[in-house]
Design a protein around this ligand. Structure first.
Ligand code: PMM
Length: 277
């Protein structure tokens, strides 16, 4: 199955549907399956190209749900939303990915890039589906202690390159592979800014790049004194600015909570660049 595409000349807009009680960005708002489904429908109506359904919070220090619990959260929502949009499943577990694919999902979004579950890479290769491999250095409980780099862009490129080698070696088709530098995952705010500034270097690996900056902590702190940071729900304007940067620096897609703000920002950027009005 080919990768989803966005409107001509635009990145794919992936709308976030977190079926979790504790995500940093929208924790608990869509925890009931019917609320998550209703939210996904709204994001689609607003113009999301893909709905990204996840049942595990990856905020720093988060405890993992059991596999059973993750399946319970995610499956009914994937099943219902597949009727309205292409769905990606945001999971590190092969069993959850397999069940979501059986339920109709067309893309697997794995923040561990296949490192958390040894069954994930063979599954994705066997099913022949699109796969987002994010840069990852361990589960949330420990990741911030691993935010050490000589040159964050060079190090992330090298580590993602190793993932690409393993994935292609296992039989994942190159045209199915999307890479993501993992903003905020084992990254300090300065690391995330540097990755964003040098986004075009990531496309040098020859694969589409997904940018997931939406409501992340580094957007809360920028320009603000300690203690006066923007709360997660106050970060959508800052996110929209990073979305325009991503769109104009080669990103294939953006993963966002606020689809309306994203499309407004892309409309303005496109018009300023001389595109459709
Ligand atoms: N970030 C989160 C969850 N899933 N997937 C990808 N590919 N990239 C990301 O940056 C990413 C992700 C955490 O954010 P959330 O809690 O708002 O979903």
């Amino acid at each position: 199955m080919p990768l989803p595409t966005g409107r001509a000349g635009r990145p794919v807009v992936m709308g976030v549907v977190n079926v979790t009680p504790d995500s940093f960005s929208d924790g608990g708002q869509w925890f009931q399956p019917e609320d998550a489904v209703a939210h996904g429908r709204v994001l689609r109506q607003q113009g999301a190209d893909v709905l990204d359904v996840g049942g595990e919070s990856t905020r720093p220090g988060a405890q993992r749900p059991t596999q059973e619990e993750e399946l319970r959260r995610v499956l009914p929502v994937v099943e219902a939303l597949c009727a309205v949009a292409p769905v990606s499943v945001d999971t590190m577990r092969a069993a959850v990915a397999a069940a979501a694919l059986d339920a109709g999902a067309s893309l697997v979004n794995d923040v561990s890039g296949g490192l958390a579950d040894p069954e994930m890479v063979p599954l994705v290769a066997e099913r022949g589906v699109a796969y987002v491999a994010m840069h990852w250095r361990g589960h949330s409980a420990r990741m911030q202690s691993r935010a050490r780099y000589d040159d964050v862009v060079a190090d992330v490129l090298r580590e993602l390159g190793e993932r690409v080698e393993q994935l292609l070696g296992a039989g994942v088709r190159p045209e199915h592979l999307v890479l993501d530098p993992g903003f905020g995952f084992a990254k300090t705010p300065e690391h995330s800014w540097e990755l964003l500034r040098r986004l075009e270097e990531l496309t040098a690996l020859g694969h589409p790049v997904l940018v997931g900056t939406s409501r992340k902590g580094f957007l809360g702190a920028v320009g603000r004194a300690a203690g006066a940071e923007r709360a997660p729900l106050e970060r959508d304007v800052a996110t929209a600015v990073t979305t325009v940067h991503a769109a104009t620096h080669g990103a294939w897609g953006v993963r966002v909570h606020d689809v309306v703000a994203t499309l407004d920002a892309l409309d303005v950027a496109e018009t300023l660049a001389g595109g459709p009005r």
